[in-house]
Design a protein around this ligand. Structure first.
Ligand SMILES: [Zn+2]
Length: 246
């Protein structure tokens, strides 16, 4: 094989790993943000729940206050009963006492409903708090793992870029320039394994061209997709090239 082709094959593998690592580095902070957003949603659910609880308690206290005022009024009416002069006045006072007594009854029913609601809300809140605690612990753990992966991927990326740069320095600049141009328009895959067909575009390679590739004396391009062709009998190389067509 042409010596520069060997280096380009190695470079293409390095660049595939660099692309993968770069993609991870872009994705990982988004993963953390998504976890934090989910946690924030649970927190605001708990906040809304707490507000509903507070509102219900305030309503109950308001009712209790109003009942107190009405009870005071009823006591006043009762004390007036002994002072009235006429039957009509007496009946009117009794009517007021009944009327306000009924109001208190209705408000007490409301308070009962209110207290049941408070109890339900309290139970829901306990569950939510447990859920938040669990979620928060999980997010902490996973965030730590993701941060570690970011650090490791960053180190790996530096290493791969260093290796790629060292390799590029050893390749004929003109050949490297061609490789770069083809890679730019072929999703980073500038090389194709040659067989009966070009493995990059699947178009048949003329036997004379294939002969040149196999001889390995010069750089040979695919007539159809312009990728740099190489001959490699080792099937392990073939498997590495799979999925990189296009
Ligand atoms: Zn081709």
């Amino acid at each position: 094989m042409h010596p520069d082709m060997e280096k380009l094959i190695e470079l293409q593998e390095l660049e595939t790993r660099i692309r993968h690592a770069t993609g991870r580095l872009e994705q990982l902070p988004r993963d953390i943000a998504a976890m934090e957003e989910q946690l924030g949603a649970t927190r605001s659910l708990l906040d809304r729940q707490q507000a509903a609880s507070d509102r219900t308690a305030a309503e109950r206290r308001q009712l209790e206050g109003e009942i107190q005022i009405i009870e005071d009024r009823i006591s006043k009416y009762r004390s007036q009963l002994s002072d009235v002069k006429t039957n009509e006045q007496y009946k009117a006072l009794l009517h007021e006492i009944d009327f306000h007594g009924e109001r208190i009854g209705k408000m007490e029913d409301e308070i009962l409903v209110n207290m049941e609601k408070e109890e339900d809300l309290r139970e829901e809140r306990l569950l939510l708090e447990q859920q938040l605690q669990k979620e928060s612990a999980r997010v902490d753990r996973e965030t730590q793992a993701v941060r570690k992966e970011i650090e490791e991927t960053g180190t790996e990326l530096d290493r791969l870029r260093g290796e790629a740069d060292a390799l590029i320095a050893l390749i004929d600049p003109e050949i490297y320039g061609t490789y770069r141009k083809i890679a730019a328009v072929r999703k980073g895959v500038a090389l194709a394994r040659a067989g009966e067909n070009c493995r990059g575009c699947n178009v048949r390679i003329r036997p004379s061209v294939l002969g040149q590739v196999m001889a390995g004396k010069q750089i040979v391009y695919c007539d159809t997709c312009a990728r740099l062709l190489y001959w490699e009998a080792d099937p392990s190389i073939e498997s590495k090239q799979e999925g990189s067509s296009g």
